[in-house]
Design a protein around this ligand. Structure first.
Ligand code: ATP
Ligand code: MG
Length: 381
């Protein structure tokens, strides 16, 4: 959002400039009308303070500027001539203020306008938050996250896939994208300005799937706090149908924050006892946090020939396995190497069908709903 003035009186007042600084904004001086096009693009939101020099001039300026820049609001300043409020209103002025400027008045204007634009730009979708996690590395979280996100996008659900493996995240590699900006640049801006938009930091994979990639360097992960993740969750609420967090293979405050804000948690496991036992411990943590009801266990690389039988796995976990993804080394390996999700390259393969079955569609679109999220197993099973 741009704040500009064609009234030099404003830029000469240090207390006014301080107010803009306090809100992380800069007041730019526009020397003449033709200079506005160097500062504004047509989609951008902006506010221009304009000092009325003669009766008609301000109203015409209001009308003309707003015809060219639909998201520009003009505040008329009574500098010498009286402003007719009715005419100002008809010309579409946002406000009229008299000299001398009072810092509190300008501050109020900044707050109200920024909130208004923020609200207007916020979508009204009922965002469904998903976290994909595990207690061990290499069990297939990223493979599943990327394909789940792609499958949602194929159903025309808008998806934001957030790479919360902040040190070694590789979501963008799985999708063969080269992000220019990441969650780290967003976080830095959000530290300075409450209104930092997430949209400027995402990379679009297709019309429906967007990625907020992990920091480009592992050391940047250290500066993240749970508050950043909480802020991110709130920032994107309403903008997407689905937000998916792919996570690191350990439990820390960042992952816990994502879990706490999730409507659905996918816990990935495999058919070996050490992984299953770790999962069991993790389930106890989820239970103590009251998060077990949103949990769905995904058994990845399922094989009848290798590993502990399914019934034993469920017994160790004390939970049913709700999604089973088969071992499909050749297909998955090719998909990862090519940076193309298997739900696109091999939609008919069993692993793709099982992934698509895991979708929880909100708009009554065609995929069938999966088994219930959580039901305790009968004792002794
Ligand atoms: N169903 C599957 N069949 C065969 N191979 C698979 C399957 N799922 C994942 N893999 C392979 O397992 C490896 C690890 O997958 P992935 O990177 O998705 O795991 P991860 O849990 O995200 O790992 P990390 O914890 O390191 O982030 C990849 O090489 C992938 O090709
Ligand atoms: Mg991963």
């Amino acid at each position: 959002m741009k704040w500009m003035t064609m009234a030099p009186q404003l830029t000469m007042e240090p207390s006014i400039l301080d107010v803009f600084k306090k809100h992380g904004r800069k007041l730019e001086y526009v020397e003449k009308k033709s200079a506005l096009k160097n500062l504004m693009d047509k989609q951008e939101h902006g506010v221009l303070f304009y000092a009325m020099s003669d009766e008609q001039d301000g109203y015409d300026t209001c009308r003309n500027f707003q015809a060219i820049y639909p998201n520009l609001s003009v505040i008329l300043i009574e500098a010498g001539v009286r402003v007719d409020l009715r005419q100002a209103m008809r010309a579409g002025a946002l406000d009229v203020i008299a000299l001398p400027f009072r810092p509190e008045q300008v501050e109020q204007l900044i707050i109200e306008r920024e909130q208004h634009v923020e609200r207007a730009s916020q979508g009204n979708k009922e965002t469904h938050y998903i976290t994909v996690c595990s207690t061990k590395g290499g069990v297939g979280k990223t493979t599943f996250s990327v394909n789940l996100a792609t499958a949602y996008s194929q159903k025309q659900e808008s998806v934001l896939l957030v790479d919360l493996d902040l040190q070694f995240g590789d979501v963008s590699m799985f999708l063969d994208c080269e992000p220019k900006r990441s969650i780290y640049e967003w976080m830095k801006e959000a530290n300075q300005k409450a209104n930092a938009p997430v949209k400027s930091y995402i990379t679009a994979y297709n019309e429906y799937l967007n990625i907020l990639s992990a920091p480009l360097r592992p050391e940047f992960a250290e500066v993240f706090t749970p508050e950043h993740i909480q802020r991110l969750v709130e920032k994107v609420r309403g903008d997407y149908d689905v937000v998916i967090f792919d996570t690191a293979p350990y439990m820390d405050d960042i992952v816990l924050t994502a879990l706490e804000h999730s409507d659905e948690i996918f816990l990935l496991t495999m058919q070996d006892l050490p992984t299953l036992k770790n999962c069991r411990l993790f389930l106890e943590t989820l239970e103590s946090l009251n998060l077990k009801n949103t949990l769905r266990v995904v058994l990845n690389r399922e094989s009848r020939k290798r590993g502990v039988p399914l019934a034993t796995a469920e017994k160790v976990l004390g939970l049913p396995i709700t999604v089973q993804l088969p071992e499909a080394s050749k297909l998955v390996c090719r998909s990862v190497n090519e940076g193309r999700p298997y739900v696109i390259t091999n939609p008919k393969a069993k692993i793709s069908k099982e992934t698509i079955n895991a979708l929880q569609l909100q708009k009554g679109k065609s995929a069938k709903k999966s088994r219930p999220l959580f039901k305790a197993l009968p004792a002794g099973r």
